[in-house]
Design a protein around this ligand. Structure first.
Ligand code: ABN
Length: 173
């Protein structure tokens, strides 16, 4: 009985070995690579290319510009719509030497940041500029230290108000 099983196993071994050798001969490494490459390429072509929004942190560009998180405590015209940018005064104007500072929460990391709202001075404001009045944390005029409806250009030589930038100055503790 044992001898019969031995013989059967040996026959089976031989057949498997012969099959494997034949396959290895006809399916060489190159043939395998060619087939694998074709399958990968086929899958890539067949997969639909979806319209991804590739902007890093899409929340930085809301449709309503005033709802951008850094503008949370702003009262003024956006310099980004007056020929400047989020953080830079338009050419020909200069940043106020004093500013209003608010605390805004960044939705991307959930942290609170101190944001300085410097007015840009020395040019008339632009009629088409976007005006924002968010003023989070502001208190009425009789609490002078907490009041933001102020022309911060008042300490500059050129006191004419042009627009306001929103500059992150640090993490709120
Ligand atoms: N800080 C903006 C501003 C300018 C003039 C008057 C009120 C508010």
């Amino acid at each position: 009985m044992t001898r019969l099983i031995d013989t059967l196993l040996k026959t089976l071994d031989k057949r498997v070995e012969t099959g494997a050798r034949t396959a290895a001969r006809s399916l060489g490494r190159r043939s395998f690579m060619a087939k694998a490459g074709a399958s990968v390429l086929g899958a890539a072509v067949a997969t639909p290319i979806l319209p991804f929004d590739r902007r890093a942190h899409a929340s930085e560009l809301p449709e309503d510009e005033c709802s951008y998180w850094r503008h949370c405590a702003l009262d003024g015209n956006l310099c980004s719509t007056s020929g400047g940018s989020l953080t830079q005064c338009p050419p020909g104007s200069s940043a106020s030497s004093v500013s209003w500072v608010g605390t805004c929460s960044n939705p991307d990391d959930g942290k609170d940041y101190l944001v300085a709202y410097n007015d840009c001075c020395g040019k008339p404001s632009v009629a088409s500029a976007t005006f924002c009045y968010t003023s989070e944390g502001e208190r009425p005029g009789y609490r002078m230290g907490l009041y933001n409806d102020i022309n911060w250009c008042m300490a500059n030589t050129d006191k004419g108000y042009h627009c306001t930038v929103s500059v992150v100055v640090g993490l709120a503790e």
